[in-house]
Design a protein around this ligand. Structure first.
Ligand code: CU
Length: 340
């Protein structure tokens, strides 16, 4: 057996190697046959004195044979390789280990899912050129390209796939032996081609866990993430609720405390406005109910003005009907909320 192929450490590598060697031996036999015959004929039919060249139209039977035999060999090889091809290129086994590899000028962007377990999100953890995987595990790779055609080539895995801009190609492998394997780019892609040296690290399960804990686990999601939002865009305070007495439009006595958070926000954010909504219940005289709700809302507006908020920063809303009963305090409330 020829020993110049790198050691196979892929589950499907054996099938590929068998096909490779079968084709190799067929071509070797053809090569030897043609070369030996050529040399023999050169010798037999060399120029000798007194012999005339024969004029030949060829031999139809021979031509049919040397057309049909290679064609038959090709067809048989195609059928023999169909299953392996489908296994490697079409039927990637399911796996919970999926990473993405994106080609660009001139390296590979390798991304692992972050804490959310999903690829292509903010918290993906990224590496240049190096891929770390556990042994004896189906690894799925989403292969894409930004701006170049590279070829992802792991000779020891018998894996080779071009990365093409505009396509997301799923490739997979399962390594059977831990080790560090070469990951060259197998497509002459430009001036940076020769500098593209990546490595595939196949770890034992424990070693992979160690690596993942150090490199994927505690790592902050994205180091270049925007700083925390400034206080001005912090969440708005909840609406303040003023509960009025039955039939009354005088402000409840706890009004200053209730409005404090709203007033603090208005003072800290001069461009914000207060929105006032009065509520009433659906029972009784609707016009009277609405009038009462309006008067209560106006009382709330006066409270804001008294606290130094200009009338232009107060937005009055139409009275709103609640679905509660006449005795429900919610139907006697005025809400004061913030509008940015
Ligand atoms: Cu390349």
């Amino acid at each position: 057996m020829l020993q110049w192929l790198p050691e196979n450490v892929s589950t499907y590598g054996g099938e590929i190697d068998s096909l490779f060697f079968l084709i190799y031996y067929i071509t070797a036999v053809a090569f030897v046959l043609v070369t030996v015959l050529m040399v023999v004929f050169l010798f037999i039919y060399r120029e000798t004195g007194g012999r005339r060249a024969t004029y030949s139209h060829g031999n139809t039977t021979l031509e049919i044979i040397w057309t049909i035999v290679p064609a038959a060999i090709l067809i048989v090889l195609a059928f023999m390789s169909a299953n392996t091809w489908a296994k490697v290129k079409r039927h990637a086994p399911a796996s919970d280990f999926e990473i993405s590899v994106a080609a660009k000028q001139f390296n590979w962007d390798v991304a692992y899912p972050g804490a959310d377990g999903k690829l292509g999100t903010e918290d993906d953890v990224k590496f240049d050129n190096d891929i770390h995987v556990p042994v004896n595990k189906v690894i799925r790779i989403q292969l894409t390209s930004k701006d170049v055609i590279h070829s992802l080539f792991a000779p020891s895995l018998r894996l080779k796939q071009d990365a093409v801009p505009g396509r997301n190609i799923l490739v997979w492998f399962e390594a059977t032996k831990a080790g560090k394997y070469e990951l060259p780019c197998a497509e002459l892609c430009g001036f940076g081609h020769s500098g593209m040296k990546g490595w595939l690290y196949v770890h034992s399960a424990e070693d992979y866990k160690k690596w993942a804990d150090q490199n994927l686990g505690g790592k902050p999601a994205a180091q270049a993430e925007a700083p925390a939002p400034a206080p001005a865009t912090a969440a708005l305070p909840p609406a303040a609720k003023l509960y009025f007495a039955v039939g009354a439009n005088a402000l409840p006595k706890e009004t200053p405390e209730t409005l404090k958070v709203i007033l603090d926000y208005l003072n800290a954010n001069p461009s914000s406005k207060a929105v006032i909504s009065g509520y009433h219940d659906p029972t009784g005289n609707k016009a009277q109910n609405e009038e009462l709700a309006k008067n209560r809302a106006r009382a709330a507006r006066e409270a804001l003005k008294a606290a130094g908020i200009g009338e232009d920063r107060v937005v009055m809303q139409k009275p709103q009907e609640t679905t509660g009963t006449g005795n429900d305090a919610e139907a006697r409330r005025v809400e004061v909320s913030i509008q940015q």
